[in-house]
Design a protein around this ligand. Structure first.
Ligand code: HH2
Length: 266
């Protein structure tokens, strides 16, 4: 099994939990993109709206201004895959016109009525992520009967909706949405259930980098930047479970961990 692709995160936002504010200035964002490319990122995921628990929605014009010039600037110097992390079809459309090849939608094409049709029209890869509710309220006591079965059924239903609108089966990715309306136990159950989520033929993207559930296991890791060890542990577990890509902030460290694990497995 080849090691997963590494998707490097660039949040062009003032309020992201992990790196908010750091890459808001265009020159900082492009410098960070160059760094992640040099570190061996396979995909860059550009986001202009934080989806952390409690985050407030961002206006479309603002999200376009944060993301599209950066995508165009990266595309001008690199042929790598660029992903746009947005829930807005208009932002996805402008991002693809500027050179993005992947639409990462944490709402799984649910929040805008025309999202499935726009995804079909763009013809790009589409990440369908599971989230319970919406970012503002998703961490208010989430409840599931069987979290793996419910996330699996949700993703299969969203894939059906996307395909019904004309999205090609081969363009669709699944993502269990670690931390999006989940307690620690829900996140752990989903990580244990990754082989089942990966069994449907859709590549799985796993995003757990620096997330709060790591601090639920290690209470000293209150600062997201102190969660590298836990983030690597999840990336390695994801690789063993057959995920196709991991979404991370620490590209170099993740690649090193994946390479060492793959070398041992050889
Ligand atoms: N997690 C975040 C954002 N987008 N997309 C996918 N597909 N999967 C994820 O797990 C995922 C995601 C949250 O992390 P981050 O981008 O670091 O923070 P913020 O949402 O505050 O910008």
């Amino acid at each position: 099994m080849p090691p997963p692709l590494v998707m490097g995160v660039i949040n062009v936002t003032p309020d992201s939990f992990s790196d908010g504010g750091r890459h808001l200035a265009p020159e900082n964002a492009l410098a960070h993109a160059r760094k992640l490319i040099a570190q061996g990122a396979d995909i860059l995921d550009i986001g202009g709206e934080s989806t952390r628990p409690g985050a407030e929605p961002v206006d479309e014009a603002e999200e376009l201004a944060r993301t599209v010039p950066l995508i165009a600037a990266i595309r001008a110097e690199s042929a790598m895959t660029i992903s746009i992390d947005t829930m807005k079809p208009a932002v996805a459309r402008a991002a693809v016109a500027a050179g993005a090849g992947m639409w990462n939608d944490v709402s799984a094409l649910r929040f805008a009525p025309d999202a499935p049709a726009v995804a079909a029209e763009l013809g790009c890869q589409v990440v369908l992520m599971h989230m319970l509710g919406e970012p503002r309220t998703m961490q208010n006591a989430p409840v599931y009967g069987d979290v793996i079965a419910e996330v699996e059924a949700f993703l299969l239903a969203r894939a059906e909706a996307a395909m019904a609108a004309g999205v090609a089966r081969g363009k669709i990715w699944f993502d269990p949405g670690v931390g999006f309306g989940k307690t620690l136990e829900h996140n752990l159950a989903l990580l244990r259930g990754l082989p089942r989520l990966a069994s449907h033929g859709f590549p799985v993207l796993l995003g757990a980098s620096r997330k709060r559930f790591i601090a639920a296991i290690d209470p000293e890791a209150r600062d997201p930047a102190d969660r590298l060890g836990g983030s690597l542990a999840v990336a390695l577990a994801g690789a063993r479970a057959g995920v196709a890509a991991v979404r991370v902030h620490d590209v170099r460290e993740t690649r090193q961990a994946l390479a060492v694990q793959a070398a041992i497995a050889d």
